[in-house]
Design a binder for this molecule. Structure first.
Ligand SMILES: NC(=O)c1ccc[n+]([C@@H]2O[C@H](COP(=O)([O-])OP(=O)(O)OC[C@H]3O[C@@H](n4cnc5c(N)ncnc54)[C@H](OP(=O)(O)O)[C@@H]3O)[C@@H](O)[C@H]2O)c1
Length: 344
């Protein structure tokens, strides 16, 4: 089966997926019977290009590498903004990879709404729309007979959501608990070596793990968005971002870390969602945990998630929680999951 793909946003993750699609095109065709054309790419600064017959992805990737833009592509229609690209192109799968805004979810919520209303499947790594509008968007997908997939919003390319939704179907998930933010885990790991918060943050910024304005990570907002997604998508909750008790890591200093070390413990920013009566609750809080707790041994930018089920007890996923190629892989696995469902 052949699919027409639309890229809305063409930054780190968009290009990560595009490179994987390009490198693996033969393998995807032979192993899964999956074929594709990229018909449109729309991005404010890199430009946009649309050709209903398909763009030469190899040529486009070279162009972006050399010039930082897609606008110089020799053929096709230019200048289509994201909503026009979603509504008027002949794409059947929209890849939403614009920036995350955890306050409003925009512009991604509008992109996803437009795609679903236009009966186009959507894959995204954008936490904003799924944390803020999961129920509305999944209902819209159902009403329009299309699929919405968002594996890469939690743990990036390391399986979490689809594993829970598909492989664990039939098991009741009683609790999820994990380290969902690599930046804060890196900072806390560095601090446990005796480095100050400020120096650890600076190093995280130098290595590209933390943004210049690091609040979304260090104040716990990123982990809040992820635990809300897990609570609602995996546990059937109706948790809002504002319901989550939240504390980041900025209140911890080197003396707290030293004290924990003397007790044989480590500070970790733990995100947790659990069932309480008929409700699901969630919390993101720094916790001092001992070596008997698996999460105490997860260091650096690595993420980990422990899922407690009624049938199997605890299962643990551990792996990279960020990176263009890793998050691009989550999108690829979502696209293939859509293909499996459609191809039968
Ligand atoms: N990077 C990771 O490791 C990772 C992992 C998991 C999830 N995610 C999530 O995946 C998404 C993409 O991340 P990223 O790292 O690729 O970010 P990025 O490099 O900043 O790319 C985002 C792209 O979206 C473009 N954009 C902004 N507004 C747009 C609009 N209205 N229409 C179309 N394109 C628009 C930006 O364009 P300009 O630059 O031209 O303004 C930029 O090229 C984010 O939501 C992020 O939270 C990222």
């Amino acid at each position: 089966m052949k699919y027409n793909l639309a890229f809305i946003g063409f930054g780190t993750v968009g290009q990560g997926l595009a490179n994987l699609l390009w490198e693996k095109r033969g393998f995807l065709r032979e192993r899964y019977g999956f074929e594709y054309e990229v018909v449109v790419i729309s991005d404010p600064l890199k430009g946009s290009v649309y050709n209903p017959e398909g763009l030469d992805l190899g040529k486009l990737l070279s162009l972006v590498k050399e010039t930082g833009k897609v606008a110089g592509y020799p053929e096709g229609k230019k200048g289509w903004d994201s909503l026009k690209s979603i509504r008027e192109s002949n794409a059947d799968i929209v890849i939403e990879v614009t920036y995350t805004d955890i306050q409003t979810g925009e512009p991604a919520i509008s992109h996803i709404r437009a795609a679903l209303k236009g009966k186009k499947h959507v894959v995204t790594t954008n936490k904003g729309p799924i944390a803020l509008a999961y129920r509305e968007l999944s209902e819209l997908a159902r009403e329009n007979g299309v699929l919405l997939r968002f594996e890469g919003t939690v743990l990036s390319g390391t399986p979490s959501l689809n594993l829970g939704l598909e492989a664990l179907a039939g098991a009741e998930i009683r609790e999820v608990r994990g380290i969902l933010n690599g930046t804060t885990n890196y900072i806390l790991t560095e601090m446990s070596k005796g480095i100050s918060y400020e120096a650890a943050l600076k190093e995280a910024q130098r290595l590209g793990y933390a943004e210049a304005k690091p609040d979304a990570d260090v104040e716990g907002w990123d982990a809040v968005a992820k635990i809300v997604i897990l609570a609602n998508a995996l546990m059937g909750g109706d948790v809002k971002v504002a319901d989550v008790e939240r504390k980041g890591i900025t209140g911890l200093d080197i003396s707290d870390i030293e004290e924990a070390r003397e007790e044989g413990k480590r500070w970790k920013l733990i995100a947790r969602a659990w069932g309480e009566g008929d409700k699901v609750k969630a919390k993101v809080w720094p916790e001092k945990i001992g070596p008997e707790d698996f999460l105490a041994n997860v260091g650096g930018v690595t993420n980990a998630l422990i899922v407690d089920t009624d049938v199997l007890g605890e299962l643990t996923m551990i792996g990279p929680g960020a990176g263009g190629r890793e998050a691009g892989f989550a999108l690829l696995s979502d696209i293939l999951s859509i293909h499996r469902l459609l191809a039968g």
